[in-house]
Ligand binder design. Sequence first.
Ligand code: SAH
Ligand code: SF4
Length: 359
Amino acid sequence: MPETRISLLDLTRAELAARLAERGLSPVHAARVWSYLYWDCVSSVEEMPDLPAKVRAYLEEEFSLPVPAVANEAHSADGFTRKFLLALADGRQIETVAMRFTGRMTACVSTQVGCAMGCVFCATGQQGFQRHLAPGEIVAQALHIQRLLRARGIAPGQTAYERLRNLVLMGMGEPLHNYEAVMQAVEILRASSGLAIAASRITLSTVGVVPGIVRLADEARPMSLAVSLHAATAEERAALMPAARRWPLDELMNACRYYCEKLQRRIFFEWTLIDGQNDTEAQAHTLGALLRGLPAQVNLIPLNPTTGFGGRPGQGLAAKRFQQILDEHYGLPSTIRQRRGVDIAAGCGQLAGAPPGVR
Ligand code: SAH
Ligand code: SF4
């Protein structure tokens, strides 16, 4: 029978308290349920033994607590990256990646099943769009990683379980195409008594959905923003990313300027290096000129090869030269990401290294 109950993971703490209050149940119980969900990371209402029977009965009756099953799992050879294929309640599958950088755990979560944006180099884009994720399905991915950390126990010399510190919305899907659900999930993930992931440690990556970027600025959303650029002229960008026809480069750059000015914040620009296609000296100059005056940082990421795209990863030497031009001619800071986890196509064949904003 299809699930008709509301997922507990779809609710903010205030919404959960309001639901319980409708039944005359005290906010004390809501606080306890919340800490069971996000501190103890329980997988069922049965694991909330000290709640009064009437509270548990209400939870069982009205709410579900979906725990995605691991359909597949891969570890990178260096041991720093683990990729999970998680099965949702309707059987559809998404990818979630746990990555360890400088000792801290980062979760890379999906926001949709598939993606409608069709970027030619992207494994998810090659699949097409299936459906949006609900907020709780995004939250459940972070909880999955937190459960792994808890399962390892308390490390020697520590007094508590390791917490998930960083989150990147860079898995399958375009987060700004599923704006409401993503913002709701971020609010739940940030809640101080829950997973408590600091907004400064959450990065949203977009293909360049212009109205979404303007909305992030107008609503002063606190997470970091990364924009996938990959090309610095309208024609070259449209050839790689069909979404660039809908939201042209000049409109995108205007939205980025608006965002930076309004929020007094920098933007990370992602540039996937494709050998001979977008890693030439001329393209480095075009990019430098395009970003002039913007508080920007460029993340250069060698392409992760995917079956549906013939391009090859940019070569190390070209990447270094590219970086040097950005720095010397335009004073533009950039990083070259290692191809960590590439052996397991980490992040839907997308992530090749530490995402922007991760410390
Ligand atoms: N839809 C969003 C976020 C998910 S993709 C976006 O496009 O930004 C996360 C990042 O991985 C994007 O910068 C995307 O361009 C990049 N990416 C996708 N496929 C890749 C591949 N095969 N190799 C390297 N990076 C890739
Ligand atoms: Fe979608 Fe991002 Fe992949 Fe483009 S790169 S198809 S926007 S997930």
